[in-house]
Design a protein around this ligand. Sequence first.
Ligand SMILES: Cc1cc2nc3c(=O)[nH]c(=O)nc-3n(C[C@H](O)[C@H](O)[C@H](O)COP(=O)(O)O)c2cc1C
Length: 154
Amino acid sequence: MVEVLVLYYSRTGRTKALADAVAEGVESVEGAHAEVKRVDYATVNDFISCDAVAFGSPNYFSYMAGIMKNFFDKALSIREKVGGKPSVAFTSGGGSSNSALLSLERMISSFRLEKVTDGVISEGETREEKLRACKKLGETLAKRALERAEVPKD
Ligand SMILES: Cc1cc2nc3c(=O)[nH]c(=O)nc-3n(C[C@H](O)[C@H](O)[C@H](O)COP(=O)(O)O)c2cc1C
């Protein structure tokens, strides 16, 4: 069983809905399990112990939420332990949120995670189409995590 961590922050529920859709996509893949955690309840050990991770944040001033950034700051010392994990990102904003997504994807790169596919950007109220895109994101991430788990490590 591969464990996929869906780490998110949400104040008014939009990013949480996207996170739940990502988790649904993960769970649709046989052999994959999703754990959805709001970032303020997560520890760096959750990051270390998962096989793959999806990061979701609202757009705050064209960046990820500060609480999400704080998590990455705390995780700096364990960076060597998470390198290579498959990863994706998603954001929710009042308007277009490319820069917030980019801020998450820069962290994927800084932590030397593997960016599996392009992230999802949701604008305004969460639409069905974006939930479907997030479900697909979770499915793609879980499949990649399974593939990686099957390759013997030497
Ligand atoms: C402090 C703060 C800053 C925000 N800055 C932006 C912004 O720069 N651009 C934008 O499109 N939306 C901005 N928003 C709107 C949120 O990104 C948007 O409402 C988002 O969908 C909320 O997600 P949530 O329901 O998961 O909390 C901001 C909201 C807050 C509270």
